[in-house]
Write a protein that binds this ligand. Structure first.
Ligand code: ATP
Ligand SMILES: Nc1ccn([C@H]2C[C@H](O)[C@@H](COP(=O)(O)O)O2)c(=O)n1
Ligand code: MG
Length: 208
């Protein structure tokens, strides 16, 4: 007999995948607070948090054959080819045993978005967009102190450029489909989370 996880999985494009997952894409500029707010959402709403950036950094550490390529791209603030990132996301979704996911920092460009749709056939429930002024994001990144190789001013500027040129069009794509829930992320963490909670709380559970 298969495990619970196996019995709730299905085959998509020749691979095993989670059956009918709920996926929320969490987008916003570098340092807008995606990871911070995802931690809060996990605690309150039972989602599994998958950060594409964290998965790519773990892949570098694991010594995989793609490690050097990923490391060079992250240093340059560039977006890693979708094929690599989607495989990491699919594996993490299966390993989680959950069926509700916050996918943080993905899709980062049109190639990410189209490839994920084609490969997984998953349509996000909605897109949480943390909208934050660039000067505030820069301040946060320069004082993050987590030893990230890309938290230096040269790479930060490149990441901002990629966000404006490649990631904003993805947000516009989902805005046109009425999928975007925009949050003012320039406020203190607790205030931002109040707005986030309102998005995740079903309408009939909200106080009048
Ligand atoms: N609302 C906030 N006010 C002040 N500081 C914040 C806020 N949210 C997050 N931070 C801090 O800013 C830094 C960046 O936050 P976080 O790592 O959550 O951003 P991110 O959007 O995931 O960034 P990246 O895209 O680079 O991974 C962290 O040091 C975090 O503690
Ligand atoms: N879909 C993605 C997400 C991230 N990356 C790379 C490039 C980013 O600058 C870096 C860090 O991501 P973050 O932790 O800031 O979300 O990881 C990518 O190539 N593709
Ligand atoms: Mg992050």
């Amino acid at each position: 007999m298969g495990s619970v996880v196996e019995s709730t999985n299905k085959e998509v494009n020749g691979s095993v995948a989670v059956k009918n997952p709920t996926v929320v894409f969490v987008l916003g500029g570098p340092g807008s607070g995606k990871g911070t707010q995802c931690t809060n959402i996990v605690q309150h709403f039972g989602y599994t948090h998958l950060s594409a950036g964290d998965l790519l950094r773990a892949e570098i550490k694991s010594g995989s054959e793609n490690g050097t390529m990923i490391q060079n791209m992250i240093k340059e603030g560039k977006i890693v080819p979708s094929e690599v990132t989607i495989k990491l996301l699919q594996r993490a979704m299966l390993e989680s045993g959950n069926d509700k996911f916050l996918i943080d920092g993905f899709p980062r460009n049109e190639e990410n978005r189209a490839a994920f749709e084609e490969v997984t056939k998953i349509e996000p429930a909605f897109v949480l967009f943390f909208d934050c002024p660039e000067e505030e994001m820069e301040r946060r990144l320069l004082s993050r102190n987590q030893g990230r190789e890309d938290d230096n001013i040269e790479t930060i500027r490149k990441r901002f450029k990629v966000f404006l040129e490649s990631s904003l069009p993805v947000i516009e794509h989902y805005t046109a489909r009425e999928k975007v829930r925009k949050i003012d992320a320039g406020r203190p963490v607790e205030e931002v989370f109040e707005s986030v909670k309102a998005v995740f709380t079903p309408k009939d559970e909200k106080a009048d």
